[in-house]
Write a protein that binds this ligand. Structure first.
Ligand code: NAD
Ligand code: TYD
Length: 353
């Protein structure tokens, strides 16, 4: 079949990538989606069962640090656009082992930009190639008690993760300014929902609370994150990819600030109600703080609201309940994530804290 568009999604087997593909593949049957993912510990093809045999979906197991393999893939599929999500994404891992973050997040992004530039240069001007870079609000650093991150906030990353994402954002911007590549960048706040690897706060707390294991809260637990349900992020990516202005960045956030300790207590309370037993909040344990721990993130999403009409549609109350139920109903998925490698990581991260 002749497809109208051929779009590469990198990192499509990860948390946000899977949710995005599950949303886009049925929605755009005239578009071929090429999922490039090397399947690190965070990549899980079983997330994509619902679309794996769709005609307009293909999977390519490629490491984005491997330029030659990527070039071959670009030559075979002749993509018309790319949405870049592949990354090392966990702050704690970036503290204990930053190398992979530098390789994937910086060199990997550079490889994709180079190949996109080559495609653009070969094409006629009326067939633009759009590069959508999916980034994070963590590039802006930490807020005090007041204020919001806007698109104008200066970059001030504090962890190897956020510094590597900031580097990639700058590279993307430079390819627009220098070569005229059609790029858009989105900087989103913390996501939650189905298929998130249980090293991240919400699935980790749900799993531990279910299994009666200590709930490790870093520092004083008063750090604030602006939580967004993953489906709302996917809708925003779809809008920006199709209608965002070239060269622009868009902040995406839930306008939903919650302190970590408040969130963990809410998870405990909801699970007590759902499972009808216990007082899970007794499992809360304060542990040593994360080095360089950003105090507060909060997004001003006015630009995407005014330009593209995007607002979050899932309230936090609804989203967190849906999420808890999803993890409880998908116990097998959760336990299958917990590989030997994750067990070792968990022991190293928490036993010595
Ligand atoms: P994730 O860790 O769940 O998934 C990352 C995916 O990338 C995995 O499937 C993994 O196999 C793949 N990958 C990693 N290195 C690769 C490489 N070298 N080559 C090919 N594939 C590779 O991450 P996520 O939470 O889904 O985040 C996706 C993107 O969104 C990231 O760029 C992240 O920085 C950004 N982001 C995440 C959040 C969040 O709250 N999770 C918020 C804002 C932005
Ligand atoms: P995380 O899910 O790692 O996202 P990020 O660091 O990218 O914001 O953590 C969210 C918040 O929860 C952050 O302030 C760190 C805190 N946290 C804990 O208190 N305990 C934990 O076990 C984890 C994983 C995170």
């Amino acid at each position: 079949m002749e497809y109208k568009q051929r779009i590469i999604i990198t990192g499509g087997a990860g948390f946000i990538g899977s949710n995005l593909l599950l949303y886009l593949v049925p929605k755009y049957s005239d578009t071929l989606f090429i999922n490039i993912d090397c399947l690190t510990y965070a990549g899980n093809l079983s997330n994509l069962k619902a679309i794996e045999s769709a005609d307009n979906y293909v999977f390519e197991r490629i490491n984005i640090c491997d330029y030659t393999a990527l070039e071959d893939c670009f030559n075979r599929h002749q993509p018309t656009g790319l949405i870049h999500l592949a990354a090392e994404s966990h702050v704690d891992r970036s503290i204990t082992g930053p190398t992979a973050f530098i390789e994937t997040n910086i060199i990997g992004t550079f490889n994709l930009l180079e190949l996109s530039r080559r495609i653009m240069e070969k094409r006629r001007a009326d067939v633009p190639f759009r590069f959508h870079h999916v980034s994070t609000d963590e590039v802006f650093g930490s807020l005090g008690e007041t204020g919001y991150f806007t698109e104008e906030t200066p970059y001030n990353p504090n962890s190897p993760y956020s510094a590597s994402k900031a580097s990639s954002d700058h590279l993307v911007r430079s390819y627009h300014k220098t070569y005229g590549l059609d790029v858009v960048t989105t900087n989103c706040s913390n996501n939650y929902g189905p298929y998130q690897f249980p090293e991240k706060l919400i699935p980790l707390m749900i799993r531990n609370a279910r299994n009666g294991i200590a709930l490790p809260v870093y520092g004083d637990g008063r750090h604030v994150r602006d939580w967004l349900y993953v489906e709302d992020h996917c809708r925003a990516i779809d809008l920006v990819f199709h209608d965002g202005r070239a060269g622009e960045t868009y902040n995406i956030g839930g306008h939903n600030e919650v302190e970590n300790i408040e969130l963990v207590r809410l998870i405990c309370k909801s699970m007590d109600e759902l499972l009808g037993e216990g007082t899970r909040s007794e499992l809360i344990t304060y542990v040593n703080d994360r080095p360089g721990h950003d105090r507060r993130y909060a997004i001003d999403a006015t630009k995407i609201k005014h330009e593209l009409g995007w607002t979050p549609s899932v309230t936090f109350e609804e989203g967190i309940l849906r999420t808890i139920k999803w993890y409880l109903e998908n116990e097998e998925w959760l336990e299958n994530c917990i590989s030997g490698q994750y067990q070792e990581y968990y022991e190293e991260m928490y036993d010595k804290r």
